[in-house]
Ligand binder design. Structure first.
Ligand code: ADP
Length: 292
């Protein structure tokens, strides 16, 4: 299975939400990483055939999804960003309702709903009204509805928003378990959502694709250029003007600053092991500078 995004652009009026996106997606987890407004939802809606691109094409196994949208819809599970539940329906009622919309027969639907409630760990709460669920439980119900038709492609838009750290980890594990032969595309603005599970990370900013690589390759962008140094407040302001500051922590001795510098002449800083967060900040900030 192969999904090819070929030179895709999307404008809303004169706003360019996506510009010339090229990606080839194979089974595994792809993390779409970018700040609000980067174009992640727009790209996901195009892949889900909810929107058409202004320019460019998306091919599923060589066939344009705009020309054959049902080919995509039949194998797609989509969890939109603002997934709403019917608060008065319990999980079973809700899933049976969605299954009916998706055209599953009653017997298959009942069996599938039971399996999915197990998978997303909602069996115990299946008789409670969805309105009483926590954020994490709602998202798990959301993923269950997306899986009703046993999709080969799963697209989830910002699934971890509003989840507490434990729920976020549980949700990430669930997506990892689901990947296998499937294509799973997940968007987020939180680096830690994608660093453990994603085989490939697409970094987006202002409608452009800045990078589309394996996490370990993304890290090489900041190899040997992340430093830490303890400074006073006035030095911090100077550093901010000169370099990309990734983090600051106030300590008893001053402010411990983590920053990115390609060429550092003075040596009273310690070279540290880069993280994906550093690499992401570097890419975003470099692209911001080239826009100025
Ligand atoms: P993200 O999901 O990364 O936050 P979006 O795809 O939602 O980004 O938005 C990309 C850009 O397109 C933003 O500038 C946003 O304001 C704009 N945009 C999104 N949807 C619409 C719309 N329906 N009409 C006009 N502009 C939109």
């Amino acid at each position: 299975m192969k999904l090819e995004i070929m030179n895709v652009s999307k404008s809303y009026g004169n706003r360019h939400a996506l510009q010339n996106i090229d990606m080839e997606i194979l089974p595994g987890i792809v993390g779409l990483l970018g700040e609000n407004g980067a174009g992640k939802s727009t790209l996901m809606k195009i892949l889900s055939t909810i929107l058409n691109p202004t320019n460019g094409r998306v091919l599923l196994n060589g066939v344009d999804i705009k020309k054959s949208p049902n080919m995509m819809r039949n194998i797609l599970g989509y969890l939109p960003q603002n997934f709403g539940v019917y608060p008065n329906l319990n999980a079973v009622e809700f899933l049976l309702y969605i299954a009916a919309i998706k055209g599953l027969d009653r017997k298959t639907a009942k069996r599938r709903v039971g399996q999915l409630l197990e998978l997303v760990n909602l069996t115990e709460a299946k008789k409670s009204a969805a309105g009483s669920y926590s954020g994490g439980m709602r998202q798990r119900l959301g993923i269950a509805q997306a899986l009703l038709n046993d999709p080969k492609i799963i697209i989830v838009d910002e699934p971890t928003v509003g989840l507490d750290p434990v729920e976020r980890i549980r949700f990430r594990h669930l997506l990892s378990d689901l990947s296998g032969e499937r294509i799973v595309i997940l968007s987020t603005h939180i680096v830690s959502d994608v660093e453990a599970a994603a085989g490939k990370i697409a970094v987006m900013s202002k409608g452009r694709l800045l990078s589309y690589t394996k996490p370990e390759e993304l890290l090489t962008a900041v190899n040997n250029c992340v430093w830490e140094r303890i400074v006073r407040e006035e030095e911090l302001q100077k550093l901010r003007k000169q370099f990309i500051v990734c983090n600051t922590v106030r300590t008893g001795d001053g402010i411990n600053v983590r920053f990115i510098a390609k060429d550092l002449s003075e040596r009273n800083a310690n070279l540290v092991v880069p993280t994906l967060e550093d690499a992401y900040l570097y890419l975003i900030s470099k692209s911001g500078k080239s826009d100025e």
